[in-house]
Write a protein that binds this ligand. Structure first.
Ligand SMILES: Nc1nc2c(ncn2[C@@H]2O[C@H](COP(=O)(O)OP(=O)(O)O)[C@@H](O)[C@H]2O)c(=O)[nH]1
Ligand SMILES: [Mg+2]
Length: 229
């Protein structure tokens, strides 16, 4: 059966475009973060709380992916930052070509941070490099502590686990420690922040993580510039 070679070709085409995107992000100093979770874990809510907190002059933009509807872009646009919806029309993940196409009329030199909200799915998005600097996986407390063990790839590949909806802990039998232990079985030392996007829990820790990544990115940019001059 010819299935394996075809799969390899499609993925390598994605990797080629993702490498070009990564080089462009690097050239223009853009920190690109790819948010991945099951549908409804709170990716858009986390971005809403983030955009609400960031100063308006921050050079931040969002590409948000869904199979259908502009709902998430409409939720995020009201904060005044550039936001574009990617509707995949059935595809269960974003790919690098979609990112390239939707960035075509944005100037990367005008951006410092690009958030990508992937299509809600813990499986397929983990196989598609989008040129991001880091993947972030969001898991909510209604989903069960065993998800890192069942879907290890995305937990292994993500730099940060956002454990969301902690305000619901009194109502669901979810053990935070076990979830963290499972995540770290798959990804030793994985960073974790515990958040509620409806309350304020953990949002400061999340914003601190973001700030640290932005600073680390800026200093790595300066090193690249000084090495190349
Ligand atoms: N209780 C609670 N609900 C939340 C939280 N974060 C998001 N939600 C709700 O979960 C639902 C799905 O959130 P959304 O951000 O659209 O998830 P997405 O599909 O991952 O983008 C919405 O009804 C949100 O209001 C949270 O921290 N606590
Ligand atoms: Mg969403």
């Amino acid at each position: 059966m010819d299935r394996v070679p075809l799969e390899r070709k499609v993925l390598s085409e994605n990797d080629r475009i993702a490498a070009e995107l990564r080089a462009r992000f690097q050239q223009h100093g853009v920190l690109c973060l790819n948010l991945i979770s099951s549908p409804g874990s709170g990716k858009t809510s986390l971005l809403e709380r983030t955009l609400e907190t960031l100063p308006r002059q921050d050079r931040v933009a969002v590409l948000t992916g869904d199979i259908q509807t502009e709902n998430d872009a409409n939720r995020l646009k009201r904060f005044g930052f550039p936001v574009k919806q990617i509707t995949t029309g059935g595809t269960c993940h974003l790919d690098a070509r979609m990112i390239e196409r939707h960035l075509a009329d944005w100037k990367l030199e005008d951006l410092d941070v690009l958030f990508i909200e992937n299509v809600g799915n813990l499986v397929c998005p983990s196989s598609y490099d989008l040129g991001e600097a880091a993947k972030i996986v969001v898991l909510s407390v209604t989903e069960g502590e065993d998800k890192p063990l069942k879907y290890p790839s995305i937990f292994f590949k993500s730099d940060l686990l956002v454990l969301n909806k902690v305000d619901l802990l009194p109502y669901v039998p979810f053990k935070m420690e076990l979830a963290a232990e499972n995540a770290r079985k798959v990804h030793p030392g994985m960073e974790i922040v515990e958040t509620s996007c409806l309350g304020n829990d953990g949002l400061k820790e999340w914003m601190n993580w973001l700030e640290r990544r932005r600073k680390a990115h800026q200093s790595s940019q300066r090193e690249v510039v000084s090495c190349s001059t």
